[in-house]
Design a protein around this ligand. Sequence first.
Ligand SMILES: *Cc1c(COP(=O)(O)O)cnc(C)c1O
Length: 395
Amino acid sequence: MEKMNIPYGRQTIDQDDIDAVVDALKSDFMTQGPRIPEFEKVVAEYHGCKFAVAFCNGTAALHACYHAAGLKPGEEFITSPITFVASANGGLYVGGIPRFVDINERDFCIDLGRIEESLTPKTRVITPVSFGGYPVDLKRLRTIADRHGLTIIHDAAHAIGARRDGRSVSEHADMTILSFHPVKHVATGEGGMVLTEREDLYRKLILFRTHGLTRDPALMEENEDGWYYEMQDLGFNYRITDMQCALGTSQMKKLDHSLFRRNEIARFYHQELADLEWLKLPDYTFDTSWLDNSAYADLKEKPRDMHAYHLFPVQVREVSERKQVYDYLRESGIFVQVHYIPVHTMPYYRERYGFKRGDFPIAERFYAGEISLPMFPALKAEQLAYVVKMIRKFK
Ligand SMILES: *Cc1c(COP(=O)(O)O)cnc(C)c1O
């Protein structure tokens, strides 16, 4: 078999995506036009959610959520150490103090059983991350959050389209963020969105996206005339463009196909690699039998509980071998990645907030052995066969 070059994630852009962007370019609006609410509506409806606010990226969306949640300087928020730094950085932008709760070994998301013991009188926000696309148990978290008056910001950057107990990723959370970075399921280049059922939060998010300005007469304290606008809050320019939203709306049409393919690929890895002693596969209990007897279009009529598989995280059991496996796969042209370096071990977090290595041993152990295998819908059968063959050849 000849050497192939395979990334761990990659966008799929078809001619209809290109046409949608060209149409936007030829229209009257490059930004602040009709394609923004159009995209928001498509994503909100997909999730059965009332409000959606698109942002220039997922990190800006997180910043907006922490702001809308009313997190004040010196107040605390909790998130998972196994995430992209943005989940926690969003809280730092508003002066929040980061706290982490270790992950559980089964799904690599925050351990819900250990949240209550980690609360202090200053905890205001909890930011669970549906790591790799595994939908975190938000129903259970909602009960905990309500007991302690916490706002839930669900970081679903990996999990668009995932469902659990018949519910989408936006249900039970106060706000849910999505990312449209090209390695994520829906690509707009850069882009993000917040979903919410709460009108009060929606209004804050909208203001925050555009300098804290409103032109809505119903919301203004005064109104001198048609030219008038008011700055009611300190916001940013966190807007997304019409070209990006045109692409996003077009990409949403492919989401069900992407989810279907990702689940197929995950099942393939399980079938082909489960017997390797030196490698630990994720041990999720998601039914994949539907892959055999449904076409992916079927997801529209029959949404089902599923993992969104942004990542397929495997662990090298002997962590001292991880580097060797990583180098070997990279040399074989398989551009695996490692997700993630635990946030609390980053110099900035250690030096500013006093975290140290050893604080969250399960997360650190997971990181030490982790490798994310290629996972994206355009992966071809030959490429998958190559990945499996090379992994099996390692030992
Ligand atoms: C991608 C990602 C984000 C948002 O990132 P942007 O690149 O700013 O869109 C947030 N959280 C997690 C866990 C992510 O993977």
